[in-house]
Design a protein around this ligand. Structure first.
Ligand SMILES: Nc1ncnc2c1ncn2[C@@H]1O[C@H](COP(=O)(O)OP(=O)(O)OP(=O)(O)O)[C@@H](O)[C@H]1O
Ligand SMILES: O=C(O)c1ccc[n+]([C@@H]2O[C@H](COP(=O)([O-])O)[C@@H](O)[C@H]2O)c1
Length: 192
């Protein structure tokens, strides 16, 4: 029998504790064997935004999950040119790991804009979406029946908030893993 693999795709600019928490909650609720964190190279919906380099985002993601053996870093989107479409990523993974089942984990904020994703109807046939609660976006409606809804402790935390805090010289301790906080500080990211 194949494995049940959760995928958490993200810009991870930077990765924070809510990312780790939703990965863990989705893994427990859906009995996933592993969760693979996939940093986007060029996020399809954030192409004009200022962000840390892909190397920094990948390194911070690697550090964030380094003490958890069920969480893996997958850098599959790094050598692709153009936007990192999830459909392309999943097609490659399905070919490479034909016996495994893939579950794509998203916060409920993403669920409301899924219809804008490239090839979403095809993607829905290839993965099961797991929607986790995010403050201000419920999971009870209006998502599709086929999506698995997972209620998680709501954490009012986003990468944008973290960047803003760093810029304003405010602490990000206890909001990101300590190794990520140190990385941000040592590499003077986000205007620190
Ligand atoms: N606090 C949170 N609760 C639940 N899901 C979250 C939370 N923060 C991020 N996610 C989910 O994690 C995935 C990756 O998110 P991403 O890397 O874009 O972080 P972000 O905090 O949303 O970033 P930004 O503030 O820059 O938009 C998305 O599916 C997003 O919905
Ligand atoms: O494939 C798409 O069209 C698409 C559009 C928007 C977001 N995504 C994916 O959703 C995940 C979270 O994206 P983001 O921009 O919120 O970090 C990440 O894996 C993106 O590649 C994918």
């Amino acid at each position: 029998m194949g494995r049940k693999i959760g995928i958490l795709g993200g810009t991870f600019d930077p990765p924070h504790l809510a990312h780790l928490m939703i990965a863990q909650e989705a893994m427990d609720a859906c009995t996933l064997n592993e969760v693979w964190f996939i940093p986007t190279s060029i996020p399809p919906h954030k192409q004009n935004e200022d962000m840390a380099s892909v190397n920094d985002r990948v390194e911070m993601t690697r550090l964030a999950i380094s003490n958890r053996s069920s969480f893996r870093l997958c850098t599959i989107e790094l050598d692709r040119k153009g936007p990192s479409y999830t459909l392309d990523t999943i097609n490659i993974l399905k070919r490479a790991y034909a016996n495994d089942e893939f579950y794509f984990i998203i916060g409920s904020d993403m669920a409301v804009s899924l219809h804008t994703w490239n090839g979403i109807e095809e993607l829905k046939k290839l993965v099961t979406f797991i929607v986790t609660t995010r403050p201000d976006y419920g999971v009870d409606s209006p998502f599709e029946e086929a999506f698995i809804k997972v209620h998680v402790p709501e954490m009012e935390l986003s990468s944008s908030d973290i960047r803003e805090r760093v810029k304003n010289n405010e602490s990000i301790r206890y909001l990101v893993p300590e190794v990520v906080r140190t990385y941000v500080e040592e590499n003077r990211l986000y205007g620190s």
